[in-house]
Design a protein around this ligand. Structure first.
Ligand SMILES: C[S@@+](CC[C@H](N)C(=O)[O-])C[C@H]1O[C@@H](n2cnc3c(N)ncnc32)[C@H](O)[C@@H]1O
Length: 242
């Protein structure tokens, strides 16, 4: 075996939970990005690789939002439907949403503008890196992961966002009593999330005898609708940091 067969950790290609879509933004999305990007987007230092956010930086979130409020992170906000509705439902929260898909981010900007929602900021990049590098341990009131890509094929399971490392990272970033909310329409992933999150010693399942209720404002998105039409049950999970 040569060194190339077993490269050091830093040279190995990172397994990420998203695919790189080639989709371009529509003209309306491009306009929204140009005109409203500065109001909604937080620019961070990018690392090497699609979506990578580099270590060794910090963001003063109370300066970004212009107030000191409870902070929530959403990972994979998609086109922003549930994000915008949940942010409108909870104007007391400041929400930082990570997404790698530019047209989704632009669509979210348009919805934020229409709804006049001001307590959301968007970061283009990998939310796992974002959690790691942009938030101090114990600083978050919530982490939301709604309909993460299910990666149904066995050979792709390693790409699932919710895995033991993610559970430990999420638990470390939540403050005591902070909540991790997740939802999926893919039953095997729901079961896997539950096993992984139940095994994280810092997290407590708030509904050990069943699934969690749907959170207020979590409207039906395109992904959830598609799952429902395919006959899938929707499963919510809610965990509290010890
Ligand atoms: C199936 S979609 C669901 C979108 C949205 N939450 C909803 O319910 O409609 C999953 C989204 O997560 C994004 N995503 C996956 N992994 C991510 C990561 N590590 N960081 C940021 N976004 C991610 C994908 O680009 C995609 O838009």
């Amino acid at each position: 075996m040569t060194a190339a067969d077993n490269p050091p950790e830093s040279h190995r290609r990172e397994v990420v939970s998203f695919v790189r879509h080639r989709a371009r933004m529509t003209p309306a999305q491009q306009r929204a990005w140009r005109e409203h990007g500065p109001d909604h987007l937080v620019e961070v230092d990018k690392g090497a690789g699609h979506g990578a956010i580099s270590a060794g930086q910090s963001v003063d979130w109370s300066a970004v939002f212009g107030r000191r409020s409870e902070l929530v992170v959403e990972i994979g906000s998609g086109a922003g439907d549930s994000l915008v509705a949940m942010a409108a439902e909870r104007p007391d929260l400041d929400i930082v949403a990570f997404e790698v898909f530019q047209p989704g981010i632009a669509a979210t900007m348009i919805k934020l503008n229409r709804a006049g929602v001001r307590n959301v900021r968007l970061v283009e990049g990998n939310g796992v890196h974002g959690l790691q590098h942009l938030f101090a341990p114990g600083s978050l009131a919530g982490i939301w992961v709604f309909f993460p890509d299910p990666w149904p094929k066995t050979r792709h399971h390693k790409r699932r966002l919710v895995n033991p490392e993610f559970a430990a990272l999420a638990a470390s970033r939540l403050r005591p009593g902070g909540r991790l909310l997740a939802a999926t329409d893919w039953a095997p992933y729901a079961d896997r999330m539950r096993r992984v999150l139940d095994a994280e010693p810092e997290l407590i399942n708030e509904h050990p005898d069943g699934w969690a209720p749907r959170p207020a404002g979590r409207v039906i998105t395109r992904f959830e609708g598609r799952g429902e039409r395919a006959g899938h049950d929707i499963r919510d999970l809610s965990y509290r940091r010890r």
